[in-house]
Design a protein around this ligand. Structure first.
Ligand SMILES: [Zn+2]
Ligand SMILES: [Zn+2]
Length: 339
């Protein structure tokens, strides 16, 4: 089968690889869609943890093409999405639906197990979730990034009527915006430097999109609710953004860190003490959050398809990785396989 693989630092290629075979408790999916994630771009740029010819891609959905032994509750042809990992299923973390901390977790698409920039992908049946007929396959491949935003919002004490700031209008910032609105925030101000992303954030329900070098996002929230933001979501993950979040949040407010900063950063504890700020960090998602996202897509609570700005085929993946170094107006780029 054809697959887009990591070759070496800053280099992807499309090659032929053997079709996967479903092991015990596994299924093979015929992939319908797989989204390109910022962490994929990062991984290729830095070449971290991935041997050459790693099949990447971890935001996907498809239909069951074949079943291994010991698979119950699924049939060939079922349309599903999958948590992008195989976990042990029996440890205390797995038992409390927090498998991201499972010591035996193996992830798909980032070097441990093959991912879904490929015609077929093998997944654990324990990681599957069925997609209702009214959730398209393109939306099905958004369940993973949307669940990251939901997990961050679930880590917050957001309540209807609150005013919040979302820092960053990349796919994770946009997911967080969608969920903050869905959970009843009355003002969601998005802080973003790149002008190309303003229109999309507004379409997805932002109250305002401000360039933080020109305007104070906290003031933009105050203009709507009369108060500084009760919650600030950090969805950028570069040096100094955490300090900026602490600077804008209200007294007794909360900062939720979803962005992944890969270098050391400094904050002034005094400014946290003076405000009695709460800071929470959020990692990935739970299976329950995947299901909540699927339900919200199905019942119309959220509509995330405007996030998809480009649909490409697998041959176009290597060139798109180069393009995405300057994302411009692009948000989620979706790889689509004929189905
Ligand atoms: Zn991702
Ligand atoms: Zn486990």
């Amino acid at each position: 089968m054809k697959a887009a693989v990591f070759k070496k630092r800053d280099e992807m290629a499309v090659i032929d690889v053997p079709d996967p075979v479903a092991g015990v408790g596994e299924v093979v999916l015929k992939v319908h869609n797989c989204g390109i994630c910022g962490s994929d771009l990062h991984a290729v740029q830095y070449g971290i943890g991935m041997p050459p010819d790693t099949v990447m891609g971890h935001e996907f959905c498809g239909e069951i093409h074949s079943l291994g032994t010991d698979v119950n509750g699924y049939r060939i042809g079922d349309r599903v999405t999958s948590l992008p990992y195989i976990a042990c299923g029996v440890c205390t973390w797995c038992m409390r639906d927090d498998a991201m901390h499972c010591a035996k977790l193996r992830s798909l698409g980032l070097g441990q197990l093959p991912g879904a920039y490929a015609e077929f992908v093998a997944c654990s049946s324990a990681s599957l979730l069925k997609l209702p007929a009214n959730v398209s396959s393109r939306a099905g491949a958004l369940v993973e990034p949307l669940s990251v935003g939901l997990h961050g919002v679930n880590h917050s004490s957001i309540e209807p009527g609150m005013g919040v700031v979302v820092m960053g209008a990349g796919p994770i910032g946009l997911s967080t915006l969608i969920w903050a609105k869905a959970k009843g925030a009355s003002a969601v101000v998005v802080s973003e430097l790149a002008p190309g992303r303003t229109e999309l954030a507004m379409r997805l329900g932002a109250s305002a999109v401000v360039n933080p070098t020109k305007e104070d996002p906290a003031e933009a929230v105050r203009a709507i609710t009369g108060r500084p933001p009760e919650v600030v979501f950090e969805c950028i993950g570069v040096k100094s953004t955490l300090g900026a979040a602490i600077g804008m949040v209200a007294r007794h407010g909360q900062v939720v860190v979803i962005g992944v900063c890969m270098e050391s950063d400094s904050i002034y504890p005094l400014s946290c003490v003076m405000k009695e700020v709460q800071i929470n960090f959020a990692l990935a998602y739970t299976r329950g959050e995947f299901q909540e996202t699927i339900d919200a897509l199905s019942n119309g609570t959220i509509d995330a398809t405007p996030m998809i700005t480009d649909v490409i085929n697998v041959e176009e993946v290597p060139a798109m990785f180069v393009e995405l170094k300057r994302p411009g107006t692009r948000a989620k780029v979706m790889v689509e396989f004929p189905h």
